[in-house]
Design a protein. Sequence first.
Length: 196
Amino acid sequence: MKRILFILTAIIAISSTAFIACNSAEGKPGTEIKSKDLAAMIKRGEYLVSSIGCDDCHSPKIVGPNGFEIIPETRFGGYPSNRPIQSVDTGNLKKGWMLFGPDLTSAVGPWGMSFSANISSDATGIGNWKEEQFIRALREGKSKGLKGNRNLLPPMPWFVYKNFTDEDLKSIFAFLKSTKPVHNVVPAPKQLTTLN
């Protein structure tokens, strides 16, 4: 009788241990797949961000021997808030010109002056954004991806990026959320009438 009781206890203990191990978060095969999926999304997002030129406008740069060089510490930080805003010769705008700032993080045209947004993972960038906000910003052209907000201003080509698949937009978002946070509050756009 003791032997049967011992065998039953051992069977229950082994079964319980196996059940707990199979149902723990670390032991689930789905957890590994999700981590692999996220890594694959981030990698795809990095490829897309590099291919479509997000750094061109959203990353401050210096001019070096090879032309523009991204400043790694401020990558994706947008227009630097500590930089003085340059004066603009609005006479050139009347002649039909649109202008870029020296590192392409600001632009001037009939809409006024716009500043490239901080798209780093910092809270002053997209760090607190939800995926749906990011998708709305690129699909509907809404500032910060919020329904009631103003439209995104030129030169942001959201009307081209809206054609990405959901998977591509989610991958871009996953990559940007994985980037180094850059604390930088970008200035608000300026109306044309306020420019010198």
